[in-house]
Design a binder for this molecule. Structure first.
Ligand SMILES: NC(=O)c1ccc[n+]([C@@H]2O[C@H](COP(=O)([O-])OP(=O)(O)OC[C@H]3O[C@@H](n4cnc5c(N)ncnc54)[C@H](OP(=O)(O)O)[C@@H]3O)[C@@H](O)[C@H]2O)c1
Length: 246
């Protein structure tokens, strides 16, 4: 295996398409896992190299494991697996089904992908697992299961990295702590909404440097530090509301 190759799991979002485009321009050969491969046909066809697009059944861990094993064999291993899957949602009444769906994608599915990839890279003798995670995992928040699932992902990646070191394996684990792009977009905040190519560039650079953890964009590192350091009575903005006089 000489040419660099990569698998992107959850490749249908704007961000992952931007990353896939940039990797394809660098002649990295790609396999993209998405929910609806037909929707990706046009995108895949305009890339400068041939790209395979395969269906992803993330809610079924056994299916993901066998999908990854099969594709691994067919492409003779991979240098990089980028995990970009994620599900978020909020409802005031915290319906169980929403929590279950988030856990299925962000915890069970995520673990099946990372665990299987780690095993395959261990057999291969090298590789890099990178995951686009969220600074939402640093503290609890209104999308209760989402915040908790991102904390899980962060700890899982740290554990994998420690395990690779214990086994003296050249497997790099990169945790990409993404700032809140959607929130910034919703608030039309120019200050916090970075252009997608810049976000993709910073992610690719961090992966190529083999970083263990990175905040994207860089300014979110400051928010992360503040978030981690704040006592709950300040972090929880509900406390800021002035009580109405009776
Ligand atoms: N966007 C943000 O503001 C933000 C901020 C911080 C962190 N993050 C995290 O960064 C990662 C990437 O986010 P993003 O904004 O690029 O994309 P996204 O809209 O959060 O979705 C990421 C990917 O997950 C896939 N996915 C979701 N549910 C799925 C399911 N049931 N089965 C199969 N695939 C499923 C999506 O596929 P489909 O499009 O086919 O559903 C998509 O390709 C996620 O982990 C996200 O939580 C996002």
């Amino acid at each position: 295996m000489t040419q660099a190759n990569a698998i992107i799991v959850g490749a249908s979002s704007h961000l992952s398409k931007e990353i896939a485009t940039k990797l394809a321009q660098q002649k990295v050969s790609l396999v993209l896992f998405v929910q609806n491969p037909d929707d990706m046909k046009e995108f895949a066809e305009q890339l400068p190299i041939k790209v395979d697009v395969l269906p992803l059944d993330i809610e079924n861990p056994a299916a993901i494991i066998s999908q990854l094993e099969k594709v691994w064999l067919s492409m003779d291993g991979a240098h990089l697996v980028l995990v970009n899957t994620g599900l978020n949602g909020y409802h005031e009444s915290l319906p169980w089904q929403l929590e279950q769906d988030i856990i299925d994608v962000n915890v069970s599915g995520f673990t099946a992908i990372c665990n299987t990839t780690f095993r395959l890279m261990r057999e291969q003798g090298y590789g890099q697992i990178a995951a686009i995670n969220s600074i939402a995992g640093l503290r609890g928040g209104p999308s209760v299961a989402y915040h908790a699932s991102k904390a899980y992902a962060q700890n899982y990646l740290e554990g994998l990295s420690m395990h690779a070191q214990r086994l003296k394996l050249p497997i790099t684990i990169t945790d990409i702590q993404l700032g809140l792009l959607d929130k910034a977009a919703m608030q039309q905040s120019k200050l916090w909404l970075p252009p997608l190519p810049k976000v993709a560039d910073q992610i690719i650079k961090a992966m190529q440097k083999g970083k263990r953890k990175v905040y994207v964009t860089k300014r979110w590192r400051l928010v992360a530090w503040l978030t981690m350091g704040l006592p709950e009575f300040i972090y929880n903005t509900r406390h800021w509301k002035v009580k109405k006089k009776k």
